[in-house]
Structure formats: C-alpha cells, structure tokens
Design a protein around this ligand. Structure first.
Ligand SMILES: O=P(O)(O)OC[C@H]1O[C@H](O)[C@H](O)[C@@H](O)[C@@H]1O
Length: 545
C-alpha cells in the first residue's frame, strides 16, 4: 500500500463520502450553498455547488492537498525546479507568458530574455506576412498557411485558432495537417496555390516521423508546382528546439523559431508553436491570450487553496476518481467556437496523468487520470447525455459557456443557456419515481402501465457538474481557461505523486512503429515479431486479402 491510501485523510474521505446525502438535500439544507461554492478569477466564474460535497468534504480534500505539499510543489514548478524527474527537465510553460521584467532562472540562466526575443521575432514575421510585405516566389502575398505538426505541436494551435475565429484578420486562412495518412495532406493541398502558400512546420524534437514525412511531401508538392529549391526559404518556416536538425533538413536559419526543452509539447501553444495562431489573429491578440494565461498563473500561484480555482477543480476530480469510482470526465462546451476544447483537454490531461507509478517508481494503488472526453453540449444532449443521466457509470461533467455570443441572433443564445443550465439541474436533482408517476397523472395508461413507465423515467440525480462562465470568449478569457485546465492537471498529478510531464507510453509506440516500418520495407516476410504482428505485416506486404 502507498502512503497516500494509508493516510488518515484518505480513509476519512472514504468514510465521509459514503455518508453524504443526495445533493437535493444538500441544497435544501444550506440556502447559501451557491454563494459559498462559487469562485471568480481572471474573468472566469466557477459554480461548483452541484457537486457531492459539503464543508466537511472540502476540508478533507484540502487536507489531502496540504499533506501532498501542494503549495510547495506549485512554487517549485514556477521557479524552475527540475520536477520532470525522468527527463531531468524544468517545466516552465508559465515562463512563456511571464512579464518581460520577470526573472526566471533555469540551468543558471534567466530565460525571460530568450522568450521575449522569440516573441519579437514572431511579431516581425506576423506583421510582414499579414501586411503582405512577405512575398512568395512569384511576388504575390501569402493567402494560406499550412501548419504541419502532431500532438502538442498541432492540437493547441488548431483548437485555439478555431476558438478565436472571430478575431482572424482578413486575408489569411490556415489548414492543419497532423495525420501521416497521405489523404490528409493531399486533401489540404487541393485547391491551394503554391505561390501564395506558407508552410509552418512545428516539431519540438524535429524527429517526429509524421511531421517529417508530411513536410517532405509538402516540399515535393511545392517544387512540383514550378517553384525551385531557392524558393523554399520564402515558403517554409520551422518551429523547433532542435535548430541544428532543422538546418540540416534544409530550413533557412532565419526562418527557424526556437523553443526549449523546458516546454512540454502539450503545454507549448504559448511558445512559437503558437505561430499559426499569431498569424491568424495578429500579435496583439496572441499577447492577450498569453496575458489571460498569466493572470491564471498568478491566481494559481498566490491564492489560498480554498479559493484557488484550478485547485478546487482538481480536488473535485480526485474526489470522484478516487472515492466514487468515476473513470471518466466529460467536458461540454456551450459555444460553437469552443467545440475543439474537449479534444485539447483530453490530450493535456490524458498524456499528463495517464501514469501508474509514482515519482519514485512505486506502483500506485489508486486511480490516476480519468478518460477525458466531450463535445458541444447541445449536440450531446440529443445523444450521449442519456448515459450521463441514466447510465450506470458516474461521469462528472464540466459545462463551459460564455454569457455573450459573438453572433447574437434572435433567441439562440437564450436557448443555448437554458439548455446548459437545464442539464446541470437535471443531472443534480434527477427525477424520483413519485415525480415520474405524477407526471403521468392525466395520461390514458392504466396503473400498471404507469408504474412501468415511471420506473423507466426515474433519474437518480446526484450527478456532479461544474459550470464555468465567462462574459465573452476573448483571447484573454481563452488564455485563462486553458491555463486553468493546465494547472488542474498539475494539481491532480501532485496529489497522485506522479510525473505529469513525461510520456513514455507514447514513446514506445513511436519506437515500435519504426521497427514495424523496417519489416514492411524488408525483402522478406516478417518472422521475428509475435504471431499476430508478423501476420498483419505480411498481409499488408501482399497488399490485398
Ligand atoms: O513536437 P514534436 O517533437 O514533433 O512532438 C510531437 C508529439 O510527439 C509525441 O507524440 C509526444 O507524445 C507529444 O507530446 C508531442 O507533442
């Protein structure tokens, strides 16, 4: 048994949670519940009153956080301690949104000046492309960006660009390519004009197979359209921490934007990996995004745990995962522009906290990261919400909604909001058998039929949800929202004593993928793998069943 599960607080939480009454009763007991269980920070408002908690639960959860030395761990991250112990790295994505006059030291050097220099380089480039000064090889301005990257070098730029669609500057469009399936890049290139297309290749390592292959194919396409080798510098730029590899690959040294080992891929949209975002929304908006995240960093670093938004959300997730057996967590966005956010948070959380040994290598004897999933709230209501309401799995939910729409139109937003609030209410209060029976009161069914239908209409309720509101989706509120989830992920990892910043599981997949690729290209059939893998490779080599 680990110390965590043996601790008095852990055991107290186990006993406490099983005795807590239904949320309907908790609301009835305390008229101040909403005021006491809501918090505002950095333009975001969190209502967490619809959770299976009372004051006692919160006290125990914060004790657990204190026993995990959470405050010390937060300080250690911000000041650049080597908290990613398996890769011997600091974790300093927060430095990317620091203020120019801050000093953040890692490996003996202040990194803020480098961050600022890179932002200036990005600003110059963005201005030049947006103004049309940056010309393609036939003297035309750029109209289309193709962003090539995968994982953290893809999803952040894509989802944030999508979320900030109302802020795009006229004249530029962006297309994202990640999948190594040729159909992805071929479809994206159809209809593009090489003379006006700029490729942004993003790879922290500059060694990821999918990204290198897609970039080579992009280069070949570009040359096949009539451009020459000398024209490449005007059409290909790279973002990477491996500048040497990028220049070896043929990237013009002036067109390489640096990033650093102390930025994890899934935390990297704030670095030059965010270049496609900046190209679309302009540098001022990109800086506003950084500023929103910085505000959340300050809130996280300096607010007592009890009022600390990321800490509250993280501890609630620990509550459900470790004391109520929840295996997944759903994120429901009531905003069309935020439709990609669940996928982004999925990558962030599952790659960070999908771990089963503690920092010192001990096997955990408790659940760690849940499955994160979700989508656009209103659409889900007509599909998978059924399982949230009446299924056997407990699935805590986050509902996210801006108060003002970017497209105010008739009654649309009122309907959207009423769906959002109505769902959290239904999840919380459910419907009892008597209520269901009463609803059937005037129907023509006989008593037996009424009783049967009523049983099917019962919803146990007591299903937890958080509601997150903001005035409007802006670069600043979006920055704060994403940083909120980053820190929530960090806090959970801190409680579970795992390393949230490595990803050895993903690395093994890459390694074996390369191994299989060699067998596919070999002269004879594969014989050295397991029977299934050999057979699959050999069927593939034949090219038909
Ligand atoms: O940016 P790159 O080095 O090309 O890496 C792209 C992605 O590769 C891996 O799959 C990692 O698990 C991700 O965290 C990373 O973002």
């Amino acid at each position: 048994m680990t110390k965590l599960t043996q601790s008095t607080t852990w055991k107290a939480l186990q006993a406490h949670t099983s005795q807590l009454p239904h949320m309907r009763e908790l609301f009835a007991q305390n008229p101040q519940r909403f005021e006491q269980m809501s918090v505002k920070a950095c333009g975001l408002f969190l209502d967490y009153s619809k959770n299976r908690i009372n004051d006692g639960t919160l006290e125990l959860l914060f004790s657990l956080a204190n026993e995990a030395n959470l405050s010390e761990k937060i300080t250690a991250m911000f000041k650049g301690d080597v908290i990613n112990n398996t890769e011997q790295r600091s974790v300093l994505h927060t430095a990317l949104r620091s203020k120019a006059d801050q000093q953040i030291i890692t490996e003996g050097a202040d990194i803020v000046p480098e961050v600022q220099q890179t932002l200036s380089k990005m600003a110059g480039f963005v201005e030049s492309v947006q103004s049309g000064q940056w010309k393609g090889y036939t003297g035309k301005s750029i109209t289309d960006i193709v962003s090539i990257g995968i994982g953290g070098s893809f999803l952040g730029p894509k989802i944030v660009s999508q979320a900030l669609r109302p802020y795009w500057q006229a004249g530029l469009n962006c297309h994202f390519v990640a999948n190594v399936d040729a159909s992805s890049i071929c479809e994206k290139l159809k209809g593009l004009n090489a003379e006006t297309t700029l490729f942004v290749m993003s790879s922290k390592s500059f060694g990821t197979q999918e990204t290198l292959t897609n970039t080579l194919s992009a280069k070949n396409w570009f040359l096949a359209q009539g451009a020459t080798q000398q024209d490449i510098a005007q059409h290909f730029v790279a973002v990477t921490s491996n500048v040497a590899k990028a220049t070896d690959f043929g990237m013009d040294a002036n067109n390489i934007f640096p990033m650093w080992d102390w930025v994890g891929g899934r935390y990297s949209l704030w670095s030059a990996i965010g270049l496609p975002i900046a190209l679309l929304v302009g540098m001022d908006n990109f800086k506003a995004l950084l500023d929103g995240a910085h505000q959340m960093d300050e809130h996280f670093a300096s607010t007592p745990l009890e009022q600390n938004m990321p800490v509250i959300m993280a501890m609630l997730s620990v509550l459900y995962g470790n004391f109520h057996g929840a295996q997944s967590h759903v994120i429901l966005t009531y905003d069309h522009y935020l439709r990609g956010l669940p996928a982004y948070f999925q990558q962030l959380d599952m790659e960070s906290n999908g771990k089963s040994v503690t920092l010192d290598g001990t096997d955990v004897d408790y659940s760690t990261g849940p499955v994160i999933w979700g989508g656009e709230g209103t659409n889900g209501q007509h599909a998978y919400h059924q399982l949230l309401h009446q299924g056997t799995a407990l699935i805590p939910a986050d509902f996210i909604m801006p108060l003002q729409s970017h497209n105010p139109l008739g009654e649309h937003h009122d309907q959207l909001a009423s769906n959002c609030f109505g769902q959290t209410q239904a999840l919380m209060q459910g419907r009892t058998y008597d209520e269901a029976l009463a609803e059937l009161g005037s129907s023509k069914l006989n008593d037996q039929e009424k009783s049967l239908i009523a049983k099917h209409k019962v919803m146990s309720g007591n299903k937890p949800s958080n509601t997150l509101l903001m005035d409007k989706l802006t670069p600043t509120t979006l920055g704060a929202l994403i940083a909120l989830y980053e820190h929530r992920t960090f806090v959970q990892g801190a409680i579970w004593q795992i390393n949230s910043f490595d990803q050895w599981g993903v690395e093994l997949g890459k390694q074996l993928g390369n191994d299989v690729l060699e067998r596919i290209g070999a002269k004879q059939d594969a014989t050295e793998l397991d029977a299934s893998s050999n057979a699959l490779v050999n069927i593939y080599r034949q090219g038909k069943l």
